[in-house]
Design a protein around this ligand. Structure first.
Ligand code: HEC
Length: 280
C-alpha cells in the first residue's frame, strides 16, 4: 500500500464517481454545444448517463478488487461506520442507514408487485350536468324577434315580409352556421357531422357523431353552447376531460355565431334538440 496516499481510497472512489457524473451531466453538454455550434447545451439522455455511471462503478469496483489491501482500506470506513455505538449524531445516522435497508427492500418489492395502472374500464359520462350559467340560455335565432329579422331584411335587401322573411332568416342563419361548421368543426366531426372527419382517426376518444341519437338529440341547445365554449376543459372529472380533444372555442365566435353553428349541427345531423322542461 502506498503510505503517502493522502485521500483515503473510499473517498477517492466516491469523488471519482461524483466527478464522472458531473462530467456527463454538465460538462459534456457544454462541450457538445461548442462542437456542433449550438447556442444551448445539449444534455445527454438520462438512460445514457445511467449506463456510463454503471460502467464507472464497475471500473471503480475492479480497481478496488485488484488487491486485498485496497479492498480492506476501502471497506474500513464503511465497516467503521456500521460498527459504532448508538449515541451521538453518528449513532443516529448509523441507525438511520440500518433502518433504510429493510425500508428500501420493502419499497422495491412493493413497487415491483403493486399494480401501477388504473383499471381500463372506467365508465365515461358522456353528458354530465350542464353548468348553471349556461342552463337558462335560449337560442335567439330559432324563434327570432321581429327586430332581428327586420335588421337582417335591411342588411340583405330580402324581398318578402312576415313569416316568409322569418323562415328565410332562419335558413340563412343555418347556412352561415354550416359554413362555420365546415371550416372549424369538420376536421373532427366530419362534413356530415357523423364524427368521421379526417382528424377523427387519430383520436382515441372519437369526436361525437351528431347523427347518433345518443348525442346532441338528447341534450338541450344551451348544452351545446356550453360544450362549444368550454370544450374538453369544461368537462367535470366523471367525463374524463383529458381524454377529449374537443377544443374550447371561448370567444372565438360571437354568441350569435355559436347559435348559428348549433342550428347547423342539428340541421346537418337531422336531429332535433331536446326541449327544456318547463317548470310551472
Ligand atoms: C380536434 C377535434 C375537434 C374539433 C375541431 C371539434 N370537436 Fe367537438 N368534439 C370532439 C371530441 C373528441 C368530442 C367527444 C368528447 C367530448 O364530448 O368532449 C367532441 C364533442 C363535441 C360535442 C358534444 C356532443 C355530445 O353529445 O356530448 C359538441 C356539441 C361538439 N363537439 C361540437 C363541436 C363544434 C360545434 C365544433 C366546431 C366549432 C367542434 N366540436 C370541433 C373533437 C372536436
Amino acid at each position: 500500500m502506498n503510505e503517502k496516499r493522502r485521500v483515503p481510497i473510499f473517498w477517492g472512489c466516491v469523488a471519482t464517481l461524483v466527478v464522472v457524473y458531473i462530467v456527463f451531466k454538465f460538462i459534456a453538454p457544454i462541450i457538445s454545444m461548442w462542437i456542433v455550434g449550438k447556442s444551448v447545451p445539449l444534455p445527454l439522455p438520462n438512460a445514457l448517463i445511467m449506463i456510463y455511471m454503471i460502467l464507472a462503478i464497475v471500473g471503480v469496483a475492479i480497481f478496488i478488487s485488484t488487491s486485498e489491501d485496497k479492498m480492506e482500506e476501502f471497506l474500513q470506513p464503511i465497516l467503521g461506520f456500521f460498527r459504532g455505538g448508538q449515541s451521538g449524531i453518528l449513532g443516529m445516522l448509523r441507525m438511520g442507514a440500518l433502518a433504510a435497508v429493510p425500508v428500501l427492500i420493502g419499497w422495491m418489492v412493493y413497487s415491483s408487485t403493486a399494480p401501477s395502472v388504473k383499471p381500463l374500464t372506467a365508465i365515461r359520462v358522456q353528458h354530465p350536468t350542464i353548468p348553471g350559467k349556461f342552463e337558462k340560455m335560449v337560442n335567439p335565432l330559432r324563434d327570432p324577434s321581429d327586430e332581428r329579422v327586420q335588421k337582417w331584411v335591411a342588411e340583405t335587401g330580402f324581398q318578402g315580409a312576415g313569416p316568409q322573411a322569418k323562415t328565410a332568416f332562419v335558413d340563412a342563419m343555418i347556412a352561415e352556421g354550416r359554413g362555420l361548421f365546415q371550416v372549424n368543426c369538420r376536421p373532427c366531426h366530419g362534413s356530415r357531422a357523423n364524427g368521421n372527419g379526417p382528424m377523427s382517426w387519430g383520436l382515441r376518444l372519437r369526436p361525437a357523431d351528431f347523427t347518433d341519437p345518443g348525442t346532441i338529440a338528447t341534450v338541450v341547445e344551451p348544452y351545446l353552447f356550453w360544450r362549444i365554449t368550454e370544450g374538453a376543459f369544461g368537462l367535470p372529472q366523471e367525463s374524463t376531460p383529458w381524454d377529449s380533444a374537443m377544443p374550447a372555442w371561448g370567444d372565438e365566435f360571437s354568441e350569435e355565431d355559436k347559435w348559428k353553428i348549433i342550428m347547423a349541427d342539428y340541421d346537418l345531423s337531422g336531429a332535433e334538440p331536446r326541449m327544456p322542461e318547463k317548470i310551472h
